[in-house]
Design a protein around this ligand. Structure first.
Ligand code: ADP
Ligand code: MG
Length: 241
């Protein structure tokens, strides 16, 4: 059980620049942020404000230029690639706007292959967990289908199951419904919320959709690489779906 009093995520004066030795462009200008276990937070802001860059830094996919980033109490600066990969596998799940499923593999394989890649071998337990997760996201009957045989919403459900495969403490979702129609987006969002409520999984969700942000417990707004607003939100009752 995660310590409920310890931040799951902590950023202190995090800066991120892109460029080379001569020209550097700073994208994130000193981000301070904490997420506690079980939070369901929206990250909003205009296009180009740095939301994906911030998520990629938090996800240890990109190194920050300066500042501190702690995940589950662990300082991430100075870790080598193997340690970063291990920390990522132990704590983080990712959902992207485009699901990046492997077209030649079944839904079930898409859920456990990344776990296998991380751990070096496939176990029966991984395959079973993949089936359980597919059932959890409403795809019990589609485990053997390939992505092309599934709708866009179903494909994103597979991606959610994949993100949950290693029991992440924190799921980072970058516009997870950005490619879906309104009704499907609502269903996917409801599914994320349900995972959050039932397993206390923490979510940080980038969304463009104010309707969806309004269903989160906290709204963090990024403008030009700075957090300009960070407030609790009382979620509006979601319409039945
Ligand atoms: P958002 O997700 O909020 O739309 P991004 O984080 O994708 O914003 O981008 C923020 C800024 O960082 C943009 O100006 C973008 O052009 C720049 N940027 C993002 N990735 C790179 C990169 N790999 N190299 C250089 N600039 C980048
Ligand atoms: Mg983005």
């Amino acid at each position: 059980m995660a310590d409920p009093t310890r931040p799951l995520l902590e950023l202190r004066a995090l800066r991120k620049s892109y460029g080379n030795a001569e020209v550097q462009t700073e994208i994130l200008h000193g981000i301070d942020l904490r997420l506690m276990p079980g939070e369901f937070a929206a990250l909003i802001g205009p296009s180009g404000s740095g939301k994906s860059t911030l998520l990629n830094c938090i996800g240890l996919l990109e190194g920050a230029s300066s500042g501190e980033l702690l995940i589950d109490g662990q300082v991430t600066q100075g870790l080598d690639d193997a340690a970063l990969t291990a920390l990522r596998g132990r704590t983080l799940g990712f959902i992207f706007q485009f699901h990046y499923l492997l077209p030649a593999f079944s839904a079930q394989e898409n859920v456990y292959l990344p776990v296998m890649a991380d751990q070096g071998h496939a176990t029966p337990a991984m395959r079973t967990r993949a089936l359980d997760l597919l059932a959890r996201v409403g795809l019990a009957d589609s485990a053997q289908k390939r992505p092309a045989q599934l709708s866009g919403g179903q494909q994103q459900r597979v991606a959610i199951a994949r993100a949950l495969a290693q029991h992440p403490k924190l799921v980072l979702a970058d516009e997870p419904t950005g490619n879906l129609d309104t009704r499907t987006a609502d269903e996917i969002f409801a599914l994320l919320r349900e995972v959050n409520r039932s397993e206390n999984t923490t979510f940080l969700i980038v969304t463009h959709d104010p309707r969806l942000a309004a269903r989160c417990d906290r709204i963090i707004r990024l403008v030009d690489g700075q957090i300009v607003e960070d407030r609790p939100n009382v979620p509006q009752a979601s319409e039945p779906i």
